[in-house]
Design a binder for this molecule. Structure first.
Ligand SMILES: Nc1ncnc2c1ncn2[C@@H]1O[C@H](COP(=O)(O)OP(=O)(O)OP(=O)(O)O)[C@@H](O)[C@H]1O
Ligand SMILES: [Mg+2]
Length: 253
């Protein structure tokens, strides 16, 4: 299976104060694989996602990130997105004045400028995904994320991902703040997208979503490092025992 994302000994710091957050990450994701990252608050999970996406607040001080065999560490976020990288935000931004449907159409045109899909087809694809997520047409008429509930924002992120069909989607706590039904609905949509070849990097605190979107690998992430990697059962073990049972320095990979 071909490699989608390869991360080698990646170190990165916050530009503003020089504090190192990523302390030597190694990670390899192949086509269609689902990887879960679990770790305590403040350990640097969102920072890892941000560095993969090229957020300019962080500086890579060592190592490399390859996306489909090519180094992306000097590319802008927009260029990375055009290659097929997608990230959902832990807290999506409100975009006043741009309706959700238009926002997704704009993103699609920006990411896939050569795709000749008509507005009509694209629009009906958006409606189909919205329906899967139990979102009515009126949702698509609202300004993007504006006044959305926490769950609606998360669903909006999944909707975008479904329509864009990225090669790799990084979902940062997509399950947080979702009620049981919403989580199941979101998980079903993620599974549908995953079945269509998109590889997933799921950052989560809870094993619950992993009952629906079963990961091929679970990585325990503590203080800027992946300290252990195993199959789906590792998530259950963490939920039962907490992070203390994982020996720091026990770096697999
Ligand atoms: N842009 C930034 N400016 C200042 N500090 C930052 C910045 N980005 C990350 N940090 C700090 O880096 C550390 C790691 O943060 P990060 O958000 O990556 O953790 P996390 O593992 O995602 O936590 P959580 O589980 O709470 O979401 C924290 O101490 C955070 O305050
Ligand atoms: Mg986070």
């Amino acid at each position: 299976m071909s490699k989608i994302l390869e991360i080698f000994d990646l170190r990165a710091s916050i530009k503003e104060d020089g504090r190192e957050i990523l302390k030597g990450i190694n990670l390899s994701i192949s086509e269609g694989e689902t990887h879960a990252v679990m770790g305590p608050n403040g350990s640097g999970k969102s920072t890892l996602a941000n560095v993969i996406m090229g957020n300019p607040k962080y500086e890579i001080t060592n190592g490399d990130i390859l996306f489909m065999g090519r180094s992306i560490k000097n590319l802008s976020t927009d260029e990375r997105a055009k290659l097929g990288l997608f990230m959902s935000f832990q807290m999506p931004e409100e975009i006043d004045g741009v309706k959700m449907r238009q926002f997704i159409i704009n993103s699609y045109r920006n990411m896939k400028p050569d795709d000749e899909i008509t507005v009509l087809k694209l629009s009906s694809k958006i409606s189909d995904y919205a329906r899967d997520l139990m979102l009515g047409d009126e949702f698509l008429q609202r300004y993007t994320n504006f006044g959305f509930s926490g769950g609606e924002k998360k669903k909006g992120e999944i909707l975008q991902m479904g329509v864009l069909e990225p090669r790799l989607a990084i979902l940062d706590e997509i399950d947080s703040g979702l009620d049981i039904d919403a989580m199941r609905i979101v998980a079903q949509s993620i599974t549908k997208i995953k079945n269509g070849k998109t590889a997933l990097l799921l950052i989560t605190h809870y094993q619950r979503i992993l009952n629906y979107v079963v990961p091929d690998f679970v990585h325990v992430y503590i203080d800027g490092q992946i300290v252990t990697t195993d199959g789906a059962s590792l998530a259950k073990e963490i939920e039962e025992k907490g992070y203390n049972f994982v020996k720091a320095g026990d770096v697999h990979e």
